[in-house]
Design a binder for this molecule. Structure first.
Ligand code: ADP
Length: 430
């Protein structure tokens, strides 16, 4: 029983933050951007350079100071729409790391009138930390826009009643923004020109946030530009987006599919946990390992394995859900920098966090759902690579005999072969 309690659940907001903390560059995509225009007969503009956007000099300087040379794939299409006159509404979906935040920050900065000292742009984010991250981007990109200022409408930021808020860009969580607008009257929503709803998929995942966002949106003036961003687009996100963004243009960039094509998969039959560990050591000793990630189903197993490996003199680090997001980010960063060779983790790490140089993935436990059926999606996320950008890899599954039927189901599901391996004889691998 206790084992179940220890299992780490995937926290969307924490994962999103983690990705932001770790990410240093754009995520590539081989797909084409799909565009659905509100008015299909109007010409469709795309830009290949930032100069074409005719931005304020100081804003362009900020963009180049961030090291951006040219617009990302999604920005090529989104920026002309966002900066058009009259302003156009936009719903944009693309996976994290494709340049959405940079795009709407640019839009907000370009629309601020620095001579006016009141809130003009409002951005809603799902958590305090995500709001701060977006604020940092505003500060970096707006470094040379000296008269533009940001303020955070987040819990704990206490503003005395009657304060005259003079900052032009407000970033906050729905609850606090609602409070500042309606109860405390710190923000006059009728003067907002740009409304951004970021991370819509994370937002609707949080109780109450959709309704609060809609209440805020309803009080905005008709001419306010409304922009919504999401990394994923399930039906529920889509319904919410359509409720909250009137007459939108829609931009989508499909996610790079994961495949198992470039991955050689093996399994080792084991009797017990100790046995699995022994097999792992044999594999570890038998092949030259670049970097490896080892997945366990529970925190307890992950901890046990970490201790065992350390006692045997291996240099490993443990990434678990008990750590704060900052701690997790720094462990992942060290691993990416090659400071650690082996990373042991539970499912928290399986989603969205790509460590490209990893050549070996070990399932110390198979991913299963609560019904004790194979969790195919998690298996794919742990082991799969994107066809075009991924490297070849090796995957090992440590299987107790009674789990063999689960493995066979996985094999059938993906229609890809998982070969049995004798841990005493590693020659089979190469
Ligand atoms: P998203 O909001 O889709 O997750 P971000 O806007 O945060 O994506 O961008 C992801 C990373 O790429 C960030 O590190 C950001 O600084 C960088 N980035 C964004 N746009 C560009 C660009 N045009 N050129 C180079 N890097 C960019």
């Amino acid at each position: 029983m206790e084992e179940d309690v220890e299992e780490d659940v995937v926290d969307l907001a924490a994962n999103s933050l983690l990705n932001k903390l770790i990410r240093q560059s754009l995520v590539e995509s081989s797909h084409r951007v799909e565009v659905l225009q509100k008015d299909p007969s109007s010409p469709l503009y795309s830009v290949k350079t930032f100069e074409e956007l005719r931005l304020k000099e100081e804003l362009l300087k900020g963009i180049y100071a961030m090291g951006f040379n040219r617009p990302s794939k999604i920005q090529e299409m989104a920026l002309p729409m966002m900066l058009a006159h009259p302003p156009q509404n936009l719903i944009a979906q693309s996976q994290s790391g494709t340049g959405k935040t940079a795009a709407f920050v640019l839009a907000m900065l370009s629309r601020v009138n620095t001579l006016e000292l009141f809130p003009q742009c409002l951005c809603l984010a799902p958590t305090y930390e995500l709001a701060l991250q977006t604020g940092r981007v505003v500060e970096r990109m707006g470094k040379f826009c000296v008269d533009v200022q940001v303020m955070y409408a987040i819990r704990g930021n206490r503003i005395p009643r009657g304060t005259d808020v003079t900052k032009q860009i407000i970033i906050g969580t729905p609850g606090t923004v609602l409070d500042w607008c309606f109860k405390r009257k710190l923000i006059d929503l009728t003067k907002i020109r740009v409304f951004v709803l970021d991370e819509a998929d994370v937002m609707i995942d949080t109780q109450g946030f959709s309704d609060q966002s809609i209440r805020i949106q309803r009080a905005l003036p008709l001419e306010c530009q409304m922009l919504l961003f999401s990394a994923t687009f399930e039906e529920s996100v889509w319904q919410f987006a359509e409720r909250i963004i009137p007459d939108p243009n829609v931009i989508k960039l499909r996610k790079e599919e994961l495949t198992l094509n470039n991955i050689r998969q093996y399994y080792v039959l084991c009797e017990s946990r100790k046995d699995k560990y022994q097999a792992l050591c044999n594999i570890y000793g038998g092949i030259t390992i670049g970097q490896a990630i080892i997945f366990c189903q529970t925190r307890r197993n992950a901890k046990w394995l970490t201790v065992e490996m350390m006692q045997d003199g291996h240099q490993v680090s443990l990434l678990s859900g008990e750590l704060t997001v900052d701690q997790r980010a720094s462990i992942i960063q060290r691993f990416r920098d090659g400071k650690e060779k082996v990373l042991i983790t539970t499912n928290v790490c399986a989603r969205g966090i790509d460590v490209k140089q990893v050549t070996i993935v070990v399932n110390f436990d198979l991913p299963v759902n609560q019904a004790e059926e194979p969790d195919y999606e998690t298996y794919l996320h742990r082991i799969g690579r994107t066809g075009r950008f991924g490297k070849k890899g090796l995957a090992f599954n440590m299987i107790e005999v009674d789990k063999l039927p689960l493995l066979m189901k996985i094999q059938d599901h993906f229609n890809s072969s998982i070969k049995q391996l004798d841990p005493e004889d590693m020659d089979e691998i190469e």
